[in-house]
Design a protein around this ligand. Sequence first.
Ligand code: GDP
Ligand code: IMO
Ligand code: MG
Length: 430
Amino acid sequence: MSTVIIVGSQWGDEGKGKIVDIYTEYADDVVRFQGGNNAGHTLVVGNETTVMHIIPSGILHPGKRCLIGNGVVLDPQVFFQEVESIKAKGYFQDEAQLVIDPAVHIIMPYHRAIDIAREKKAGCRKIGTTGRGIGPVYEDKVGRRGIRLGDLVHPQIFAAKLREMLPEKNFLLEKFLGEPPVEEASIYDEYMAYGERLGKYLGNTSKILNDSIDANKNVLFEGAQGTLLDIDHGTYPFVTSSSTVAGGACTGTGVGPCRIDAVVGISKAYVTRVGEGPFPTELKDETGELLRREGHEYGATTGRPRRTGWLDMVALKKGVEINGLTGLALTKLDVLNQLAAIRICTAYRCDGQLLTEFPQDVDVLNGCEPVFDEVPGWRCDISKVTRVADLPSEARDFIKAVEEMSGCPVVLVSVGPRRDQTIQIDNPFR
Ligand code: GDP
Ligand code: IMO
Ligand code: MG
């Protein structure tokens, strides 16, 4: 039996989807534990690209059970679009492959409207959210007034909750944000129809997963976003609204921490960030443009160009610590192919002092200048390499430097988006 958590170690988009797809081969159950359709997880199988926003990335493997745990927030409209699109590609032919927990909170039209309107009103102080209603739905969850999937399948409960909720939401939308109100009857009809179709997926995911672990099965936990976007540990307030770190896998599924065997952090060989907020190693020059071009760094959810920069070991060390990482999966190493020299940030300079720990305060972080080590590049194509031993010595030295500086072993190296462009060093399921 093995249970493995996958988390993003940076600001998201590290390649979690690809690695979850790879590890699903060894898993029986794959579960999403937080976030919603702010996530965009890209899977490349053969020549076909599929982007998953809400359904676990294990779904392309027939026979593997996929679960949406209680910590997730779900937009039914997006969910059904995703269901249709993967079914049309020949995946997810067995409805029993998917289970959704009734405690999942539902994203409503007013959540999306409030998210977008707040960003507009904030102007240059905006967070740069995905506009999917993520912040507002988690606010309602923590405020103990949210609508959960379990409510949606009971028409009377849903109607009562909606009726109670709308005056407050419409007051906010109209009077404070200057937006049109939402309309009760149309929301009721639309969401009741979703409720009827969602009922068949409902199941107690915590019980299912704990039973699986009791039966010596393998469970893979699929994180979304990344450590530095975590609501508690990230670069607050430029974060998302959920617990993206490994601990979130336990609260977001109802599986106890002692039942977890391994935590693999996904890290690019450089760094990207979408949206606003501090980014000490950001490159605004030609090298940054090269990383964006070679890495196709455009958002899988919103299409926005991603900000790019050098690998930041100060930030990655924090990720190793906070998640208790047992291994790192280093992705997109091939994107560095053309570079003659590669930089790795080892410390920050701040007010004349050298910092080796990631500052908690975003204002301090904004004032940090990166201090770099430089290592030679390999200047050749590594995208077809399948064994570490066949990598150029400069690439092997780069991996070794990452291991030494982070204090965490690299268990997988990814050299391209496809399944076969993966070098497995130490499989956490074995
Ligand atoms: P996620 O949100 O962490 O799942 O990552 P995204 O899917 O948003 O972004 C990662 C992008 O990089 C996707 O387009 C992947 O197909 C691609 N990708 C993943 N691993 C590699 C790799 O090793 N090399 C290259 N060139 N692309 C990769
Ligand atoms: P995956 O799972 C990268 C960012 C947004 C914004 C901030 C808050 O694909 O790695 P939100 O809509 O969550 O309130 O936005 O978080 N963000 C992501 N950035 N990858 C993601 O997901 C992200 N999900 C949210 O850009 O800065
Ligand atoms: Mg993504």
